[in-house]
Write a protein that binds this ligand. Structure first.
Ligand code: ZN
Length: 309
């Protein structure tokens, strides 16, 4: 027998699987390689290292235990069922200018030179213009999920009388850069802005949503208290979608971040939400369902309604 055997089919499958995993990673934390973490320009806009942000083992649980399944007593406690939420039509939303920033874009992967250009993300941070985002292992992309929630949120807010500004209306282009995403909200003099995302974290058992709130920087200091207040309202409203509070990032579903251009450069109250972990089967089953996407939009709108009173 010769030493150089042909590559076996199982070996080819293994290599292909690893390639797929490598390509899908982006928004999530544990998909980052050591090289990624050493170069901030390669890091995803909202990704972070799991080692520095895991909930301490001694912290009280904030995960699925905090989400009573009793809200839908007739529904089986399975993550594939999204409970019905009423459409919020708070009078406080009427006339408000709200910017909806659907994370990433469908053309980012085919425009690496454009989205990898370095930009000033504020607070002393330099990073890529934008990233491709994450997605499910079977090819459902984060950018499609974020746009779907954004579009349904826009419909709900407009029905309530708000003036909605969309950072992007479809997934056919690339970007815009994180600097532009912040500028759009600033120039609209938005009363509130939200950036919608899904995470892609490979830590076993990692699931749930978390809200990213700003820390005070030179540019955004005046809006931080309002953003933190909205972030808390959003954290409180979102479990009604059936998605539990994150058990792997943040504290009680909220994480303060000083490295996000979308927050550092915003002069209007803005938060990010990671609606769930697309690398977790239970979260993904929710996130790809139309019912959950509508409920997510309604939960965000309900928090906005509470914010404006
Ligand atoms: Zn993202």
């Amino acid at each position: 027998m010769g030493r150089h055997r042909p590559i076996s089919a199982p070996t080819v499958l293994l290599v292909m699987s690893l390639l797929v995993v490598a390509l899908i990673g982006g928004c999530g934390s544990s998909t980052s390689t050591a090289a990624d973490r050493s170069d901030p320009a390669l890091a995803s806009e909202e990704s972070t290292t799991s080692s520095s942000s895991m909930t301490p083992p001694t912290a009280p649980s904030t995960s699925s235990d905090a989400v009573p399944a009793t809200e839908s007593p007739t529904a089986a406690p399975t993550p594939t069922i999204a409970p019905h939420l009423p459409r919020p039509l708070s009078p406080g939303l009427a006339g408000k200018v709200i910017v909806i920033d659907a994370g990433h874009d469908g053309g980012n992967a085919s425009h690496p030179a454009e989205i990898n250009q370095l930009v000033d993300a504020g607070n002393g941070v330099t990073k890529a213009c934008d990233t491709t985002g994450t997605g499910s292992f079977d090819g459902y992309p984060e950018y499609a999920f974020t746009l779907s929630v954004a579009q349904q949120l826009a419909g709900t807010l407009r029905a309530a009388g708000a003036q909605v500004v969309m950072v992007r209306e479809d997934s056919s282009g690339w970007g815009p850069c994180i600097t532009e995403r912040a500028r759009i909200g600033n120039e609209a003099h938005a009363d509130l802005a939200i950036s919608i995302h899904g995470d892609g974290n490979d830590t076993p058992g990692a699931r749930g949503f978390h809200v990213l709130v700003p820390v005070a920087t030179a540019q955004n200091a005046t809006m931080v208290p309002a953003a933190q207040r909205f972030g808390t309202l959003l954290r409180d409203s979102f479990p009604a979608t059936g998605m539990p509070v994150s058990n792997y990032l943040g504290t009680n579903g909220i994480m303060a971040r000083g490295d996000l251009g979308g927050l550092n450069l915003s002069t209007v109250p803005k938060v990010f939400i990671e609606c769930g972990n697309m690398h977790n089967g239970d979260d993904l089953a929710l996130m790809r369902s139309a019912a959950f996407q509508q409920n997510a939009a309604d939960a965000i709108a309900a928090a906005m309604g509470s914010y404006f009173g």
